[in-house]
Design a protein around this ligand. Sequence first.
Ligand SMILES: C[S@@+](CC[C@H](N)C(=O)[O-])C[C@H]1O[C@@H](n2cnc3c(N)ncnc32)[C@H](O)[C@@H]1O
Length: 250
Amino acid sequence: MEEIKTIMQQNWNKNASRYDAQYQHGLHSEEEKAAWLRLLGSLIPEKGQMILDVGAGTGFLSLLLAEQGHWIKAVDLSPGMLEKAEEKAQDAGLIDKITFAIGDAENLAEPDSMYDVVVNRHLLWAMPDPDRAITEWRRVLKPGGKLILIDGDWHYNSLKNNVKIFCGKFLTLVSERKNMFRKYRSETAGRLPMTKPENAKKAPDMVRKAGFRVTVRGAEEIEAAEKRAMPLRARLLNPYHRIIIIGIKE
Ligand SMILES: C[S@@+](CC[C@H](N)C(=O)[O-])C[C@H]1O[C@@H](n2cnc3c(N)ncnc32)[C@H](O)[C@@H]1O
C-alpha cells in the first residue's frame, strides 16, 4: 500500500473511538438525524437500491441508508472505523442489510456497473489522487447510476470562516485553558491535493469531467439542526457549509 495510505489508515484507526462524538461527524440530536433522513430520502427516492458507501468510516451514511431499506456495501481503509460501524449496525438491528469490507477508495475490489448509487461523505479531501477516485466510483456505477458526494467548504480557507475559528480558539483558551493555536506539522500536508483551496473549489468540475451530469446543492436544514446541538464554542470552531455534489453517470 502507498505510504500515505498507511499513514491515513493508522490515523483513522486511532480516531475511531472519538469520531462519533465530534460535531459535524456523529449525530448529536434527533432533529439532526431526522434532517439527514429527509435529505437522503430526497436524494435517493427509489426503493431498495444497491448502494456502495466508500470511506464509510463508522457507518454514518450506511446506517441511515440501511434504515431506509437499501442494501449497502460499506468499504473503508481503516479496520478500526469499520469495527465501530459493524458494532453500531448490530445494535441497530441493521447488520443483515450491510456488508463490510476493508478496501481502498481509489482501487475498489468491486465489479464494473454493479451499483445503483455510490455515496461518500467527507472523503474526497483524503484522496491522494482524487481524479482516479472519481473515475473508480464511476466504473462501479450502473449506466445512469448516481454518485452522491457529501462534503463541506472545510478547505476553502474563507476569511469569514477563519475569523470564526480564531474566535472559537480564543474562547477555548480563555474558558478551558486549552491552546488550540498551537501549530502542528501534519504528516499528510501537501500530499492530499483537495486540501488546497484552489483544488477543493474545483470538485464539481472534476466530477463533470469524469463523465457525470452534475448538480450541486447545500444542506441548510442539516446545518441548522447541527448548529442548534452545538455550544457557542463549537459553533465558532465549525463554521463550515455543506456541499453536496450529485452526479448521474452519462
Ligand atoms: C472523515 S472520515 C468519514 C467517514 C464517513 N464517511 C462519515 O461520513 O462519517 C474519512 C474516512 O475515510 C477513510 N479513508 C481515507 N482514505 C481512504 C481510502 N483511500 N479508501 C477508503 N477509505 C479511506 C478513513 O479511514 C475514514 O474512515
